[in-house]
Design a protein around this ligand. Structure first.
Ligand code: NAD
Ligand code: UFG
Length: 331
């Protein structure tokens, strides 16, 4: 089966390409490299020892996208391509809406035109807003605090409407919690073109001495130690989640959380990273970051029951694999 992976040279997409190829699928990657590097294609080939077809195209450009469907019989699509920096989305809302929404629409239209019936979409736990934890798929969604989050919530609604109108489609929406870690080979990991503002990349930079200390955003939340709690999940487990979603697609639209169901505070993550990697992470507590919520973790029972997917890796694995990639690669 030929799987079109949009955003396939990105962080989660590249790990998912490996999982797909190892499971026997043929992968066609579409990525404009706005937040990833062409070398990732070679690394995917090196890890899997298989060929990968790569198109440097913009998914929001319909005619560029259609070339792929003309050249290949695509059986399913996994749609990762998107802009994802929350703070940037507040400054550049038009780019975020154009890129993320038009890409999703173009793919949905290509599904109709080229008779592709299977689609897996990257969503985010951000669509839950400040709901009660654990977050469950059937909860009413609350407004997000930024245009990025809105593009995910809107894309979900667009796909739900398309699913009603085209019942033969099988759509799986995966809401990721906090993906961290890297492939065990140390060859691929999170390698963005600009500085990310997520916690794990910052911990890595401080550990490497590229930054003097980590700023911990608030220690007065109602959590175990006052710092923000998140459901960190190993990127290889997320990749396996896509395989499980693809293998269990049925007609209609289905939403799944991809998380571990366990919350970890900022201080707990720093502690685990220091212990497993034998490094020091100096930090300073500063003001809360605007828009942050106190606690976010998943109810994972639906993915476990319907997809048979259970994450394998814990916080220690995530910290070890993340650091291995960081020291193997001059970022
Ligand atoms: P990433 O930036 O590493 O990967 C996204 C890829 O899409 C990049 O390679 C980028 O070059 C490409 N891209 C962006 N716009 C494109 C376009 N118009 N045409 C072609 N390629 C384009 O991000 P990631 O962490 O791998 O995230 C993948 C998806 O998962 C995104 O949709 C993101 O919003 C979503 N997500 C990520 C997280 C996270 O914390 N990493 C959490 C929840 C959801
Ligand atoms: N944090 C710090 N210092 C930093 C960076 C982060 O203390 O330098 C804290 C945050 O305040 C938060 C926790 O670390 O409590 C995690 O922050 P991240 O920025 O790593 O992750 P978020 O949960 O804020 O956001 C991430 C993704 C979003 C996604 C969301 C929901 O960036 O795209 O998870 O899954 F929508």
């Amino acid at each position: 089966m030929n799987i079109l992976v949009t955003g396939g040279t990105g962080y989660i997409g590249s790990h998912t390409c490996i999982a797909l190829i190892e499971a026997g699928y043929t992968v066609v990657i579409a990525d404009n490299l706005c937040n990833s590097k062409i070398e990732t294609v070679e690394k995917i080939k090196e890890i899997t020892n298989k060929e990968v077809c790569f198109y440097q195209i913009d998914v929001s450009n319909k005619s560029e996208l259609e070339c792929i469907f003309i050249n290949h019989q695509i059986d399913a699509i996994i749609h990762f391509a998107g802009l994802k920096a929350i703070e940037e989305s507040v400054r550049m809302p038009m780019q975020y809406y154009r890129n993320n929404i038009i890409s999703t629409l173009n793919l949905a239209e290509a599904c109709q035109k080229y008779n592709v019936r299977r689609l897996v979409f990257s969503s985010s736990a951000t669509v839950y807003g400040e709901n009660e934890v654990p977050f469950m798929e059937n909860m009413g969604l609350l407004p997000t605090t930024n245009p990025y989050g809105e593009t995910k919530a809107m894309s979900e609604r667009i796909l739900a409407d398309i699913s009603k109108a085209v019942p033969a489609l099988s759509i799986s929406i995966l809401r990721y919690f906090n993906p961290v870690g890297a492939h065990q080979s140390g060859l691929i990991g999170e390698s963005p073109n600009s500085l990310p503002n997520n916690l794990m990349p910052y911990i890595n930079r401080v550990a490497k001495g590229k930054m003097e200390k980590l700023y911990v955003f608030g220690n007065d939340y109602p959590t175990v130690d006052g710092t923000g709690v998140r459901d960190y999940i190993h990127v290889v487990d997320i990749a396996e989640g896509h395989l499980a979603a693809l293998n269990n697609l049925t007609e209609g639209i289905h939403v799944y959380n991809l998380g571990t169901g366990r919350g970890t505070s900022v201080l707990e993550l720093i502690n685990a990273f220091e212990q497993v990697n034998n490094v020091k992470i100096p930090y300073e507590i500063v003001e809360r970051r605007p828009g942050d919520i106190a606690t976010c973790y998943a109810d994972t029972s639906k993915a476990e029951k319907e997809l048979g997917w259970i994450p394998k890796y814990d916080i220690i694995d995530m910290c070890r694999d993340s650091w291995r990639f960081e020291i193997n690669n001059e970022l």
